[in-house]
Ligand binder design. Structure first.
Ligand code: ZN
Length: 206
């Protein structure tokens, strides 16, 4: 698996999927945002940036410019990982606010606006108030990510944020299951591995 294979979206929250954009699905770590091109692919798969925007930023960017933005994205990712790892498993306390300055500084750069658009529905055409963003430079690609992180901090119950119990797995997820008993990033990966290990254990003991 390399970063050309589709990224994994198992976190049940896009902000956590962003953290999971570096992971070790088999034996070797894969970074799905290791350079500019990879970051563009991830943003498109995540549905955070429209394809036309990606195409036009790609064609207008100077050499290396989007790679630099990917560097910043990885820095943002690792900063947010520290925050989430520290606060997961319990409700977020007001004191955590002091650690979010970096995120607010990013969000301040946003050049958002809204426009009225007409949309076709089953009941005919309706008008919609649609949030938009000016994509003046490739750095604007960080803004929808920042927005997801900010929304996550404000809306997710951090009690439900868990790390996969796979012994070498680094994936994080929000456990939205009833009863909150989710233990694995995915059954196909760590869940089955744990089942097989338990099975081998039972055989050995028997
Ligand atoms: Zn896992």
């Amino acid at each position: 698996m390399d970063n050309h294979s589709p990224a994994m979206f198992l976190g049940d929250a896009l902000a956590l999927d962003f953290l999971n954009s570096v992971a070790t699905p088999v034996d070797t770590p894969v970074d799905w945002i290791e350079n500019g091109e990879a970051f563009l692919r991830w943003l498109e798969q995540a549905g955070l940036v429209p394809r036309e925007t990606i195409d036009s930023l790609r064609s207008q960017a100077l050499p290396g410019e989007i790679d630099k933005v990917a560097d910043q994205a990885r820095n943002l990712r690792e900063w947010f990982r520290t925050f989430v790892r520290e606060h997961k498993g319990k409700p977020l306390r007001p004191e955590a606010m002091g650690e979010l300055e970096q995120l607010n500084r990013l969000l301040e750069r946003d050049e958002g606006f809204s426009r009225v658009v007409a949309r076709q529905t089953d009941e005919g055409e309706i008008f919609e108030f649609q949030p938009m963003r000016k994509w003046r430079t490739p750095e604007a690609l960080l803004l929808p990510v920042g927005e997801e992180l900010g929304r996550f901090v404000c809306t997710e119950d951090f009690s439900n944020v868990k790390a996969c119990e796979g012994p070498v797995c680094t994936m994080l997820f929000a456990d939205h299951t009833r009863g909150h008993r989710r233990r694995w990033c995915s059954m196909a990966m760590c869940g089955n591995r744990a089942k097989q290990a338990a099975h081998r254990d039972r055989i050995r003991k028997a």
